[in-house]
Ligand binder design. Structure first.
Ligand code: ATP
Ligand code: MG
Length: 183
């Protein structure tokens, strides 16, 4: 399983539809300051269900939508789709490729899709539990996160190890069960 492509349209600095294709192996993205490298990482976090505008380096969620330039009008929506090659079925869906997508309008109206079918945010979050890919997995390591891991707050590293060991899913389900038993 590996990330095959990222399609971005109207997200942050990407006013035009752009598709990044990644061959298997390592790809580096280079460019001048402010050219949008970090925005690509933000796009991946966002499509995986990020709900915090601050985590995406904005003040409010609407800030993810292209806000226009002197020569270009703002966009009305932001759309991101990421596609994984899934030959080994690490993502638990019986498809060779899995595409998850998210779209949001300025009204705040938003939708998530798995392989083109509408779904809930929860479905995307659960799909990636224990794959290491979720927005809280270890596949996206932001600048602040490196320090967090190295500075060794034990609870923070614990979550990463749970995810890597494949038990995060069971812990989340246990919490849900405990909550429903309490009611
Ligand atoms: P650095 O090398 O400094 O880390 P970078 O390539 O990572 O730079 P980003 O932080 O990804 O750059 O991109 C920042 C740019 O994205 C800024 O110019 C900012 O104006 C632009 N940007 C962010 N949000 C939006 C938006 N909603 N609409 C238009 N442009 C945006
Ligand atoms: Mg950057």
């Amino acid at each position: 399983m590996y990330l095959k492509s990222i399609e971005i349209n109207g997200f942050k600095s990407f006013a035009n539809k752009i598709v990044f294709e990644f061959p298997q192996g390592i790809t580096g993205i280079v460019g001048p300051n402010g050219s949008g490298k970090s925005n690509i990482g933000d796009a991946v976090r966002w499509v995986l269900g990020e709900q915090s505008a601050r985590q995406l380096r904005g003040a409010k969620m609407e800030d993810v939508i292209f806000s226009g330039t002197q020569s270009r009008r703002p966009m009305g929506f932001a759309y991101v789709a990421i596609t994984f090659e899934n030959a080994n079925r690490i993502i638990p869906l019986d498809y060779e490729e899995v595409t998850v997508a998210r779209r949001v309008y300025r009204s705040g109206e938003s939708e998530y899709l798995i392989n083109g079918s509408s779904c809930r945010r929860k479905d995307i979050v659960e799909l990636f539990y224990d794959t290491g890919i979720g927005k809280e997995g270890y596949s996206i390591i932001g600048q602040g996160q490196v320090e967090k891991i190295l500075s060794g707050k034990i609870e923070d590293s614990r979550e990463l190890f749970d995810e890597a060991a494949g038990i995060a899913k069971y812990k989340k389900n246990r919490t849900v069960t405990e909550k429903s038993l309490e009611q």
